[in-house]
Design a protein around this ligand. Structure first.
Ligand code: ADP
Length: 258
């Protein structure tokens, strides 16, 4: 057993079920009903001679149908965490289980499959291809999977309020509409979780508000949403806020039921 592996196992033992319960409410490591379970998750980068602990022993559970905002100052480790949750990067130590499957020891190909089947990603810069129509952009991820999709793309565009824009090019859309198209695209393969990195970061307040209400509506319809944001209104919309600082989880708060 590698020293690293021993450390991870002792870290997990040290955390125990009680802290997970405290951090994340009604879930536990044994028989955890969580969609996502992170245990002592760390990501260390080497920058020349400097070692950067971007994420440092973070543990939490996220349940199906939750909407969670990840907040904290710049450099706190938010994007690093989102990339791990999106299987775009692997932790240096700790364990991450998504939909009951550990990401530990998965090959790059297996991580890619897990990413494709489990998460939809929305970025700050919408990432729409300008030469395709809105509907074609939404269909793009289905080129790599065999699900029949045109009907679902139309349905999703309707859900995000863009039915009337399906045959337009992205350049004919407002920023908020582009982001709503990107959200529809992220949902096309029916992921178990929608991840978003600063989804309102490039939008004025009116467009930002439209995007926030789409996230809220999708979450009410049952989509699990995890987003990194500096936007207070968006963070407030989430039922739960995880705050990071210097790579550590400093608070994990649920909004009281209204
Ligand atoms: P946030 O999203 O909260 O602004 P990040 O997750 O982007 O924070 O970064 C956390 C820390 O890790 C920062 O100190 C950042 O400089 C560092 N970091 C992020 N990515 C890398 C990388 N690829 N190589 C080296 N350091 C990195």
């Amino acid at each position: 057993m590698l020293v690293e592996e021993r450390r991870i196992i002792s870290d997990i033992d040290a955390i125990g079920d009680s802290r997970l319960l405290e951090d994340s409410g009604d879930s536990s490591r044994t028989g955890c009903a969580a969609l996502i379970e992170a245990v002592s998750l760390s990501r260390v980068y080497q920058r020349g001679a400097e070692t950067v602990r971007a994420l440092d022993g973070v543990s939490f559970c996220i349940l199906e149908r939750e909407m969670v905002a990840i907040v904290g100052p710049s450099g706190a480790g938010k994007s690093t965490l989102l990339h791990l949750l999106g299987c775009m990067d692997a932790p240096t130590s700790g364990t991450l289980t998504i939909g009951g499957r550990s990401t530990r020891g998965l090959s790059d190909a297996a991580l890619t499959r897990m990413r494709r089947d489990t998460v939809g990603f929305v970025f700050q810069q919408f990432g729409l291809l300008p030469t395709l129509t809105v509907a074609e952009n939404v269909l793009l991820p289905t080129l790599f999977s065999r699900k029949s999709a045109a009907k679902r793309a139309a349905e999703l565009l309707e859900r995000v309020g863009l039915k009337h824009r399906a045959n337009h090019r992205p350049s004919e859309l407002s920023g908020g509409e582009m982001q709503r198209a990107a959200i529809a695209r992220a949902l096309i393969n029916s992921p178990r979780v929608l991840l978003a990195d600063e989804p309102t970061g490039n939008l004025d307040s009116a467009n930002g508000e439209a995007v926030i209400s789409v996230f809220r509506k999708l979450n009410q319809e049952g989509v699990t949403v995890i987003l990194v944001t500096h936007n207070e209104a968006l963070a407030y919309s989430a039922g739960r806020t995880i705050t990071l600082s210097d790579g550590k989880l400093v608070s994990d708060l649920r909004k009281p039921e209204q």
